[in-house]
Design a protein around this ligand. Structure first.
Ligand SMILES: [Cu+2]
Length: 337
């Protein structure tokens, strides 16, 4: 009986093909994919990328094919030496002009894309100030009087004009499907804008090494219908919901008499320090710890027990809270919807 086997030489192209298929299949489902645009500006960049990709492919295939064909046609054979071309002016002009034309064709849409994507945001754009902190993002909506952290909400179809700031070191604002990377530099306001084209939840990440927990400095962008966005804003503008359950009430006391008030804001209470993330509606967020952990009571407890253990380098220290205090704080924080 013959054993079924594939020669290693044949296996390599098969593996490469499989890799290509996997890469293409995951490119469109990966939430951090840069080739799956969901805003006007990322789509413009993608269109340019596709044009340059095909131009480069045609040049590569053409040059490789010509090199192979000519080296075969003009190879050295018995009775004939290999041929070289020298000093053919017409040929020299032709192969100088072809790249000039290709580069000119690529340059026009390149400049057009750069001007469109880096110019001023369209009239009526939503203003957001994004501030980088080690290691979390703060979002302020100056026209709406809303401040939040790590989860940015925007309406679909309306341009968003984001002012970028930093309070400590250089960070970088990056939402792969909505906008390219732009640095957040202390003492120097940068800006970017984009118009989200579809509703959804988009992953985002600091893209400039900024210290110990750089890799854990994430955020999310929620693109919502106009109605949902307005409802979100209306809720954000309210002071905190006063706790009703006993455990949550006790949690508020722990919060207001402990170290928490030294760093956080909970509007409607005495907590008004803007060092760490604003917490007035923290219970409504889907994540905590700069989008590192899902917002569940278990994760909130884990965070409170020892923040630097959950996120290395966290500026919030281990407060040595008792298990009783932690359970009360969890009940309180999760009630802040
Ligand atoms: Cu960073």
């Amino acid at each position: 009986m013959r054993r079924f086997s594939i020669a290693p030489r044949r296996l390599i192209p098969l593996l490469l093909l499989l890799l290509l298929v996997v890469a293409l299949a995951t490119a469109c489902t990966d939430p951090m994919s840069t080739i799956d645009p969901k805003s006007d500006n990322t789509r413009r960049v993608q269109d340019l990328y596709v044009l340059v990709f095909w131009a480069a492919t045609i040049v590569f295939v053409g040059v490789m094919a010509a090199a192979l064909i000519f080296s075969f046609m003009y190879r050295e054979r018995p009775g004939r030496t290999a041929q070289q071309i020298h000093g053919n002016t017409r040929l020299e002009i032709v192969w100088t002009l072809i790249p000039v034309v290709i580069l000119a064709v690529i340059a026009v849409p390149t400049f057009d894309t750069v001007i469109k994507t880096t110019g001023d945001a369209p009239e009526g754009a939503l203003e957001v100030i994004a501030t980088g902190h080690q290691w979390w993002f703060e979002f302020e909506y100056p026209e709406l009087g809303v401040t939040t952290a790590n989860e940015m909400h925007v309406p679909v179809g309306r341009a968003v004009n984001v002012k970028l700031r930093s309070v400590d070191v250089i960070h970088s604002f990056w939402v792969p499907q909505l906008t390219g990377k732009t640095d957040m530099v202390p003492g120097h306001d940068n800006r970017l804008w984009f118009t989200p084209e579809v509703e959804g939840e988009f992953r985002a990440q600091c893209a400039e090494f900024c210290g110990t927990s750089h890799a854990n400095m994430r955020f999310r962008v929620f693109v919502r219908s106009q109605g949902d966005f307005e409802a979100w804003v209306a809720n954000q503008k309210k002071d905190r919901v006063a706790p009703t359950a006993d455990l949550a009430k006790q949690g508020e006391q722990v919060f207001l008499t402990g170290a928490c008030v030294g760093c956080h804001v909970v509007r409607g209470t005495a907590a008004a320090a803007r060092v760490g993330p604003e917490l007035t509606h923290v219970g409504e967020r889907t994540t905590i710890a700069s989008a590192l952990l899902d917002n569940t009571p278990e994760n909130m407890a884990r965070w409170l027990r020892n923040p630097p253990a959950a996120k290395p380098g966290s500026k919030m220290p281990n407060l040595n809270l008792t298990e009783d205090q932690i359970q009360k704080l969890v009940a309180y924080l999760e009630s802040l919807k």
